[in-house]
Design a protein around this ligand. Sequence first.
Ligand code: MG
Length: 387
Amino acid sequence: MIADIRLYPLRIPRDVPYLGPLEEGSRPNAQGYIVRPGNRTVYPVHDQTLLVRVEAGDGTVGWGECFGVVAPQVARTILEELFIPFVIGRSPHDVERIYEDLYDLQRVRGHFGGYALDAIAGLDIALWDLRGKLLGQPVWQLLGGLRHERLPVYVSGLPGRSTAERSALARSWTDRGFSAFKIAAAVADLGEVAEMKAIRHAVGDVPRILVDLHWRYTALEAIQMIDRLCEYDLHLAEAPVAPEDMDGQAQVARAVRTQIGLGEEWRTVYEYLPRLQARCMNVIQPEIAHTGITGFRRICELAQAFHCRVMPHATINLGIAQAASLHVAATSASFVMHEYQHSIFDRNKQFIRSAMDCQNGFFDLPQGPGLGTEPTEEALSFEIGRN
Ligand code: MG
């Protein structure tokens, strides 16, 4: 029985903001947020997240993590006011039923995604962790069996100040055994083509290079851009056009000679289904802190029916969501490689207890029971409002 649920919104200071140093003249606002002009999106200069701690009647504890990159208090309020009272007293073995019941609570209000689903996601991850611990099994085992013991990764983001610095960083990663990279259009100050050319030159012919286009282009602009990037053997173009433009997504996917990856901003099978039917992408990139384990697995199974590959997204988080993502990815027949947010994971792994690590191009799967990953006491000292 689920006896208690507690929430921990965390804010962990960083020396260099995610995606690299601030642009000239850019200063965080009073809440600690900046807008990256490259994609007009708000980012925190800290690492922010929302942890969920569920406790069973026998004292066993499960941990989950919601997408809390911006405004982590929103999912907290939704959980406290709406969802938690309907979960206390239920069995953690009903985790998928609980996911569906919580989704149903908000349907008539029109909350089919967004913060409401982020709240469900973190709770769902915590319940899977708890269930695994109660059964003495890793989560991957509960999901039907292991396919990948070590998970290949691509290095995401090269937080240098210039194309030259980022090229040198890419080179240093190849020296450490990593052979896939994703470059970020939002910070490519000389443009995507110059960035791609420089990185390709720095790493040589073999490594795979992906480009995140950050939803910046019209379909025609994206097709022309991707054609030029393909001259440097582009492995995948991510998010070329606005997420609202489903026809544009399908048009790009049909026209280009490389893979299109989409999906980090979607939360349920209902958001994926029409894009899969319209053949908008070849690769899905679900983010588990948006989807939960239940949603993530259902999205992967749906994508498999459309012969899409899976390259999970990795967000700014403490590492609980990262562990959950690896557990599900390890059971997916369509999994190819996982995003590796080194500038976040490597820094925050000091705040978790886990065997999970990323070396020589691979993530090691954390060992259970449950997720095999918990926050340290020090992590909880970053709770917003505690200090
Ligand atoms: Mg992205």
